[in-house]
Design a protein around this ligand. Structure first.
Ligand code: H2B
Length: 121
């Protein structure tokens, strides 16, 4: 994650990512609320269900690593045009996802959660 610290030093590093192919235009079914079994079966590693949200707390060795992760996750969110709530704490970032338009958990949430996990690999 040291790369991220260098990126943070460059204010232009996280210039707004052009939003294209928002998932809803490409795959409208991604806004259908999933049932309990589907969610349980498809939750990405490390994520838990909390009502109408899925949540994971990512842990880091340094505060700025968490800040950098949140910035990178923000870029993925903007690219997907699907936005999590993120709480940056001391060496951890809590990420919560739900689909507001559908009032529940959809494919869009599970897809983006998997991409956030890939950031952490
Ligand atoms: C108008 C609506 O807010 C937008 O289409 C997008 C923006 N980002 C979003 N993010 C999330 N988490 N859920 C949404 O329903 C959503 N909708």
């Amino acid at each position: 994650m040291t790369l991220v610290r260098e990126q943070l030093a460059d204010p232009g590093a996280f210039a707004p990512v052009r939003t294209f192919f928002p998932w809803r235009d490409v795959c409208p079914r991604m806004t259908d609320v999933l049932d309990d079994d589907e969610i349980d079966d498809r939750l990405p590693a490390g994520w838990e269900r909390d009502g109408d949200e899925i949540v994971r707390t990512f842990e880091f060795d340094a505060y700025l690593d968490g800040v950098g992760f949140a910035a990178a996750a923000g870029g993925l969110a903007q690219e997907a045009f699907h936005h999590p709530e993120m709480t940056i704490g001391w060496r951890e970032v809590e990420v919560r996802l739900t689909t507001h338009e559908a009032d529940g958990i959809t494919d869009a949430d599970l897809e983006l959660a998997g991409r956030f996990n890939d950031l952490r690999e």
